[in-house]
Unconditional design. Structure first.
Length: 114
């Protein structure tokens, strides 16, 4: 990812009020910084072979709620945070696609009801 595109992504995330953002080249998965590392089927290139960069976003789960876990209060906030992550990742992917960069969208790590 070019520095200009990275700066545009970070600006977009700030405007969307996403507090936690990281960008990395997929090359980082070829030389793990520590071992044991994740299985290869979880590498970005295994999920989206054309991937060259990875964007990760996050939202905090505030400590007072986290300390109630396991609870309905925590469970409801967890669902809310994941819904927001779904929306933010979709909007960010739409922005990148509109700019001509194909995106392999990966929803937050959770079980989906079908």
């Amino acid at each position: 990812m070019t520095e200009d595109l990275k700066a545009a992504v970070l600006r977009r995330c700030r405007r969307m009020e996403i507090p936690l953002v990281g960008v990395a080249s997929t090359d980082r998965w070829e030389n793990p910084p520590f071992l044991p590392w994740m299985p290869e089927e979880f590498y970005p290139q295994s999920i989206f072979p054309e991937a060259r960069s990875v964007i990760v976003i996050g939202l905090p789960v505030h400590l007072p709620v986290l300390e109630t876990s396991p609870s309905n209060y925590y469970h409801e906030l967890y669902k809310t945070v994941n819904t927001l992550l779904d929306q933010y990742t979709y909007r960010l992917a739409s922005f990148l696609n509109d700019e001509g960069y194909p995106v392999g969208l990966r929803p937050p790590g959770r079980l989906r009801e079908h």
